[in-house]
Write a protein that binds this ligand. Structure first.
Ligand code: GDP
Ligand code: MG
Length: 715
C-alpha cells in the first residue's frame, strides 16, 4: 500500500488543466522531440521565442480523464549555463516566473544508456525547486548495451521524483508517464547539491529579495544577472550590487558547483547503474582522451585530421564535380542546337545555365565537407577540439566559448555570429563577432577550389599527398590565422576584461549516427543550393544583360571598326566576342575600377566579378562563368575551368590566371568582407552601424593590402 516514491498519491480530481504547463528539457538528442511528438500527436504549433530565432514547439497533451495540459519542447542543453542562444532560452524560461512559458512541471528527458552526461542538467533543474519527472529514454539502447538502472534507488537519490523508463520511438512507457503527469506533483524533497555555502550572504539575500523557491534559484540569478533578458534593469543592478558586495567570482563558483555535482552524480550512478564491462569501456575512452587532448600530440592530431579532411575533399569530390561540369557543358551545346536563335535562348544558354551549373557543381564538395564535420561532431571528437583550443583562445582575448562560433564559421558566418550570444562578456563577444567572418565559410570553398584547380597542378608528392589539397588547407589555415591575429589586435585595442571559464563535459566516444550525418549533409547542401543559389542565379542573369548590351551603339560601333580593320583577314570570332564584352555595360564598369585593381594583377573582367561578389562571394564563380561564356565564341563543350584556363593576358600573351594572379585573388577572397548577410547580422547583433562598418573596412582593407603584397611578391 505504501507508495514507492515520495510523491503523494493521485488526488481524486486531476490537477492538470487547460492552463497547466509542462516543459520537456534535456540534452540535445536525448529524444525530447520524439517524445513531444508522441505526447501531442498532431496538436502542435511551431513558432519562435520572442526576440530570438530559436524554434519554439508547443502543443496540447491529453492526460487521463478529461484533463489536458500545455506541453513545451525546450531546446536541448547540457547544463543550466547556456553557451548559445538556444540554451539561453532554457534559462530564460526556467528562471522567469512571469513568463507565459514558465512550467508547472518539468519533464527531464535523459538518455538511459548515457546517464552520466544527462544528470548534470537534471540535478540543476531539480534544485530549482520545480516539480520534476525524470524520463529514462532510449530504454532499447540501454538494453542492447546491457545497461540496467535501479529506478527506485535513483528516484530516492533524486529527492523522490518519479522516474519513468521509456522508449519514445515505440511508445513503451507512455501510459506510465501519462499517469504520472496526471497526478499532482511535488518538487524534490531534498536538494541534490547544497549551494548555499558557496556564498551564504549573497545567496540568502537574493533568495529573500526575489522570493526564490530555492537557494539554487537565487544562486542562478546571481550567476546569470548580466544575461537574463527577462529581468528589469533595476533588478539586474540589485543582483550586480549583491554580487559585488560578496565578491562573487562567478566562473570559479561555476567550476566548484559543476565539479561537486559530477562527484555526486558519479557516486549516485555507482549504486544505481550496472554497466556490462565498465572497466574496459571507461579505460578505452580515457586512453583515447589521453592522446587526443595531449598538450602537443592533441594539436598534431587535430592538424592531421584537418589535413586528411582537405585531402579527401579534393580527392573524392573531383569525380562528381567533373561529371557535373561536363554535363552542364553538354546541356549547353544541346540546347544550342535545339532552341531557335534569339535573345531568350542566349539568356538561357549564356546566363541562366552557367549560373545554375556554377551552383550545382559545388554540391559534392559542400556535402563532403559537412559529412566530415558531422562525423567529427557525432563521434565526440569535436568536443575535444573545443576543449583543446580553449587554452589557445584565451591567449588571444577570446575564450573557449568562441570556439563554437569559430568552427560554425566554417559553414557560414551568419549562424556563427548568432551563436555568440552565449558568450557572457560583451567585449569577448564583440571580438568573436569581429573575427568570425575570417573563418573560411562554405561560400569561399567554390572560389578557392576553382582558383586552386587553375594554377596548382593536380600532382602528388610522395605518391599520396595531393598538392591541391594542401593549398586548400592552407587557405583555411590562413583564415584561422587572420581571425586569431585580428582578435589579438582587438584585445589590445579594446582592452577586454577577463572572460568566463569554459565548462563542458566530454561526451563518450561513440559511433556516429548516420541519420544525423545524413541530415546535416542534406540540410547544408539544401541551404547552399537554395539560399546561395538564389543570389547567384539573380546575379548571373543581371550580369548577362549587362554583358550583352552596351550604352547606345557603342558595341555596334566597336564591332564595325574591328570588321573594317580586319576586312582582309578571316574573322576572328573569339576576339570579336571579347571586344563586344569590353564595350558592354559590364565592361565599362570593370574598366572603371581597373586602375584600382591593376596593382593586384586583375583586369576589368576580374573587376566585374569582384564587384558582383560584394553581394555574396560565391557569386565569383558564376560571374566568371557567365562572363567567359559571353566573351567567347566557343560553343563547343568547354567547361568553366577550361574557359578560365584558356583566357590570355593580352599584355603578356600568357595565361590570364597566373600563379600570382590566382593567389592574389585567393587571399583577397579569404579576407574581404563580401557578404551582405554577414554585414546585416553584425548590424543586428551589435545594435548599430558602427561595428559592421569598421569590420567591413578593416577586412576589405586587409584583403586589398595582402592581395597587393602577394601579387607583387609572386610576379
Ligand atoms: P532531441 O534533440 O532531444 O529533440 O532528440 P530527438 O527527438 O530529435 O531524437 C534524437 C534521435 O534519437 C532521433 O533519431 C530519434 O529517432 C532517436 N530516439 C528518440 N527516442 C528514442 C528511443 O527511445 N530509442 C531509440 N533507439 N532512439 C530514439
Ligand atoms: Mg529536438
Amino acid at each position: 500500500m505504501s507508495p514507492k516514491t515520495a510523491v503523494a498519491p493521485a488526488p481524486v480530481a486531476s490537477i492538470p488543466s487547460a492552463t497547466y504547463s509542462i516543459a520537456l528539457a534535456g540534452n540535445p538528442n536525448s529524444g525530447k522531440t520524439t517524445l513531444f511528438n508522441l505526447l501531442t500527436g498532431l496538436n502542435q504549433k511551431v513558432g519562435n521565442y520572442p526576440g530570438v530565432t530559436v524554434d519554439r514547439k508547443s502543443g496540447r497533451l491529453l492526460l487521463e480523464g478529461e484533463a489536458s495540459a500545455r506541453l513545451l519542447d525546450l531546446p536541448g542543453t547540457y547544463s543550466i549555463y547556456p553557451r548559445s542562444n538556444d540554451e539561453q532560452v532554457v534559462l530564460d524560461v526556467l528562471l522567469n516566473r512571469s513568463s507565459a512559458d514558465y512550467p508547472d512541471v518539468v519533464v527531464a528527458v535523459a538518455d538511459m544508456s548515457n546517464l552520466e552526461r544527462s544528470l548534470l542538467l537534471v540535478s540543476q533543474i531539480l534544485d530549482l525547486g520545480l516539480p520534476l519527472v525524470l524520463v529514462l529514454n532510449m530504454a532499447d539502447m540501454a538494453k542492447k548495451r546491457g545497461i540496467t538502472v535501479d529506478t527506485e534507488q535513483l528516484s530516492r537519490q533524486l529527492g523522490g521524483i518519479p522516474v519513468v523508463v521509456m522508449n519514445a520511438r515505440n511508445g513503451q512507457g507512455l501510459q506510465e508517464l501519462k499517469q504520472v503527469l496526471s497526478r499532482e506533483l511535488q518538487p524534490a524533497a531534498t536538494p541534490f547539491y547544497q549551494v548555499l555555502p558557496l556564498a551564504p550572504e549573497a545567496i540568502a539575500e537574493a533568495r529573500q529579495y526575489f522570493g526564490c523557491k530555492t537557494y539554487y534559484e537565487a544562486y542562478l540569478l546571481l550567476q546569470h544577472a548580466e544575461n537574463l533578458h527577462t529581468m528589469s534593469p533595476l533588478e539586474r543592478d540589485q543582483l550586480e550590487a549583491l554580487g559585488k558586495l560578496s565578491k562573487l567570482d562567478r566562473p570559479a563558483l561555476q567550476i566548484t558547483e559543476t565539479k561537486a555535482r559530477y562527484a555526486r552524480i558519479q557516486e549516485v550512478l555507482s549504486t544505481v547503474v550496472q554497466l556490462p564491462d565498465t572497466s574496459s569501456r571507461q579505460s578505452v575512452s580515457a586512453r583515447i582522451d589521453a592522446v587526443v587532448t595531449h598538450k602537443i600530440g592533441g594539436y598534431l592530431l587535430f592538424f592531421g585530421v584537418l589535413f586528411l579532411m582537405f585531402q579527401a575533399i579534393f580527392a573524392w569530390a573531383t569525380v562528381p564535380m567533373d561529371l557535373i561540369d561536363s554535363l552542364f557543358a553538354r546541356l549547353g551545346s544541346l540546347l544550342e542546337g535545339l532552341l531557335p536563335e534569339g535573345v531568350l535562348s542566349r539568356l538561357l544558354i549564356e546566363g541562366v545555365l552557367p549560373g545554375i551549373g556554377g551552383i550545382v557543381i559545388f554540391v559534392p564538395q559542400i556535402a563532403l565537407l559537412f559529412m566530415l564535420i558531422a562525423l567529427l561532431e557525432e563521434s565526440g571528437y569535436m568536443a575535444r577540439v573545443v576543449f583543446l583550443m580553449d587554452k589557445l583562445m584565451r591567449k588571444v582575448g577570446l575564450n573557449g566559448r568562441s570556439v563554437v562560433p569559430l568552427i560554425s564559421g566554417l559553414a557560414c558566418a551568419v549562424p556563427a555570429i548568432m551563436a555568440t550570444r552565449g558568450i557572457d562578456h560583451w567585449k569577448d563577444r564583440l571580438i568573436t563577432i569581429f573575427v568570425t567572418p575570417f573563418m573560411s565559410c562554405s561560400a569561399r570553398l567554390p572560389v578557392y577550389t576553382i582558383l586552386i584547380a587553375l594554377v596548382v597542378p593536380d600532382e602528388r608528392i610522395w605518391g599520396f599527398i595531393n598538392l591541391q589539397g594542401i593549398a586548400l588547407m592552407g587557405m583555411y589555415l590562413l583564415g584561422f590565422v587572420a581571425a586569431i591575429g585580428s582578435a589579438l589586435l582587438m584585445k589590445f585595442i579594446i582592452r577586454a576584461k577577463k572572460g568566463g571559464f569554459l565548462i563542458m563535459e566530454l561526451p563518450a566516444y561513440r559511433w556516429p549516427r548516420w541519420g544525423n550525418v545524413l541530415y546535416m549533409v542534406l540540410e547544408k547542401s539544401k541551404v547552399f543550393v537554395f539560399e546561395a543559389g538564389k543570389i547567384i542565379l539573380a546575379v548571373s542573369i543581371i550580369l548577362w544583360v549587362l554583358a550583352s548590351y552596351g550604352p547606345g551603339d557603342r558595341m555596334a560601333r566597336a564591332e564595325e571598326a574591328y570588321r573594317t580593320a580586319h576586312a582582309d583577314t578571316p574573322e576572328l570570332e573569339d576576339e570579336l566576342a571579347s571586344l563586344r564584352l569590353e564595350h558592354s555595360y559590364a565592361g565599362l564598369l570593370g574598366k572603371t575600377i581597373e586602375p584600382a585593381i591593376a596593382p593586384l594583377g586583375y583586369d576589368w573582367k576580374i573587376g566585374i566579378a569582384l564587384f558582383t561578389s560584394f553581394a555574396a562571394r560565391e557569386v565569383f564563380v558564376g560571374t566568371m562563368a557567365t562572363l567567359y561564356s559571353v566573351g567567347s565564341a566557343a560553343d563547343d563543350e568547354s567547361t568553366i575551368k577550361s574557359r578560365l584556363q584558356a583566357e590570355t593576358n593580352p599584355d603578356t600573351g600568357g595565361p590570364r590566371f597566373t600563379l600570382a594572379v590566382a593567389f592574389s585573388l585567393l587571399v583577397f577572397y579569404a579576407f574581404a568582407m563580401q557578404c551582405t548577410s554577414t554585414v546585416a547580422v553584425v548590424y543586428r547583433e551589435t545594435g548599430g552601424w558602427k561595428w559592421p562598418l569598421i569590420q567591413t573596412a578593416y577586412m576589405t582593407g586587409l584583403a586589398y593590402v595582402s592581395a597587393l603584397l602577394v601579387y607583387q611578391l609572386l610576379s
